[in-house]
Design a protein around this ligand. Structure first.
Ligand SMILES: NC(=O)c1ccc[n+]([C@@H]2O[C@H](COP(=O)([O-])OP(=O)(O)OC[C@H]3O[C@@H](n4cnc5c(N)ncnc54)[C@H](OP(=O)(O)O)[C@@H]3O)[C@@H](O)[C@H]2O)c1
Length: 365
């Protein structure tokens, strides 16, 4: 989304030197979560929970958190991390450009590293961490991928990550970056690799380039929700299904707009308020009312219904962002049940009446 892209760019201009965290062996495995609740990520050997948790807002002061990060928000983010694991969700999505905002606040990877470390004091922790490489215009070639990855590992305090993704396509081309992903696999620094915000054409190119080396492209992370269904129209969802690449759905609850929490009388504050306006939220009401009704039949919240709708699309793993333990715990209730086919279709056609908000434009290139 345009505002979101600006937020990332803004934070890059104000980046403070990343904190360094001593690497710890976090690959020790505990009993969580149940293997039956996990799925393979694309054609890779990596198994992940059917829903992950996004960590973009952790430490962020450019788009989220009303431009302020403080101890209370830090505690809430840590509680979200712990509540996710306690409710059986241990797949976390972060990026080198998350956090570290306008006032040089902490980085999302650094925070996750510290949350892991703290939790390890009580025993081994089983987490699946996905992070991302920022294809910045001044980064060239495969070597830049490895050096960025090593910095991410340092911030996370890990010797390897489970999934390493190219956050967005490079403006000078992507071959070098794709080769860098392959190198990362061969160096044992990552278990699986993916892309993000890739069009169908770019997805196929990345898939084929890695395949020559015998490496699987596991995932493409794109904006996908009940009210943002561009991946169904631009060929990305179909290509993911055909190639066996998992579609990781970001902004799956439309940044809170689909939870029912925001109304025309109570729109979100900050940059989100310029996207999910009073007018937009007014038009959304019939859909939100129906989501709520359907949820009541199952004893589920609206948030759980819209996440379940995405999971029902098959080959989709939503990664909603949680700011606190209540939100994280609620996400887990999206798993273990299924909407009925007529409900899935009814929500699809009702949502089609909503004009999608502007997306991150690179996916259309
Ligand atoms: N690859 C990319 O370019 C890209 C782009 C965007 C996002 N992502 C990833 O996808 C993740 C999720 O996307 P997102 O954060 O943009 O949007 P999202 O998951 O659709 O919305 C997250 C926001 O919704 C609100 N919320 C969460 N749970 C709720 C609940 N149970 N009830 C009511 N409100 C709730 C929270 O904000 P409030 O409490 O303030 O309302 C939260 O920050 C990110 O964290 C990131 O990891 C990737």
């Amino acid at each position: 989304m345009a505002l979101q892209a600006n937020g990332v760019a803004f934070s890059l201009l104000h980046r403070r030197k990343p904190l360094s965290v001593k690497a710890v062996a976090s690959e020790n495995v505990s009993t969580l979560p149940g293997e039956e609740e996990k799925v393979k990520l694309g054609g890779s050997d990596l198994k992940v929970t059917k829903l992950g948790v996004g960590a973009w807002s952790w430490g962020d002061t450019t788009y989220w958190n009303d431009f302020q990060w403080n101890d209370r928000k830090l505690k809430a983010a840590k509680a979200a991390f712990n509540a996710s694991i306690d409710s059986g969700i241990n797949f976390f999505d972060t990026a080198e450009v998350y956090g570290a905002g306008i006032t040089g606040e902490v980085n999302s990877e650094t925070l996750i590293g510290s949350f892991i470390k703290e939790r390890q004091k009580a025993g081994p922790v089983d987490v699946t961490i996905a992070t991302k490489f920022a294809a910045l215009p001044w980064r060239f070639g495969r070597g830049s991928v490895i050096s960025a990855l090593k910095s991410s590992l340092s911030r996370l305090g890990l010797s390897s990550v489970d999934l390493y993704q190219l956050h967005w396509p490079g403006i000078w081309g992507n071959e070098g970056y794709i080769d860098g992903l392959g190198d990362a696999v061969e160096m044992g620094l990552v278990k699986a690799v993916g892309v993000s915000n890739y069009s169908e054409k770019r997805l196929r190119e990345a898939y084929n380039r890695l395949k020559i080396r015998g490496i699987t492209l596991a995932s493409n992370q794109v904006n996908y929700s009940l009210i943002y269904r561009i991946p169904e129209k631009n060929g990305v969802k179909a290509a993911c299904d055909e190639l066996g690449v998992t579609l990781i759905a970001y902004s799956p609850i439309a940044q809170g707009a689909l939870t029912g929490k925001y109304t025309p009388e109570n729109p979100p504050t900050g940059p989100r308020g310029r996207i999910y306006t009073r007018e937009f939220l007014t038009k959304l009401q019939p859909l939100l009312n129906r989501i709520k009704d359907i949820g009541q039949n199952y004893g589920k919240t609206s948030t759980q219904v819209v996440l379940n709708w995405l999971i029902c699309q098959e080959n989709v793993i939503p990664i909603p962002g949680a700011k606190n333990s209540e939100q994280a715990t609620e996400f887990a209730g999206a798993l273990g049940w299924k909407l009925k086919d007529p409900e899935i279709e009814e929500l699809r056609s009702l949502a089609a009446e909503t004009q999608p908000v502007t997306g991150f434009p690179v996916e259309k290139l």
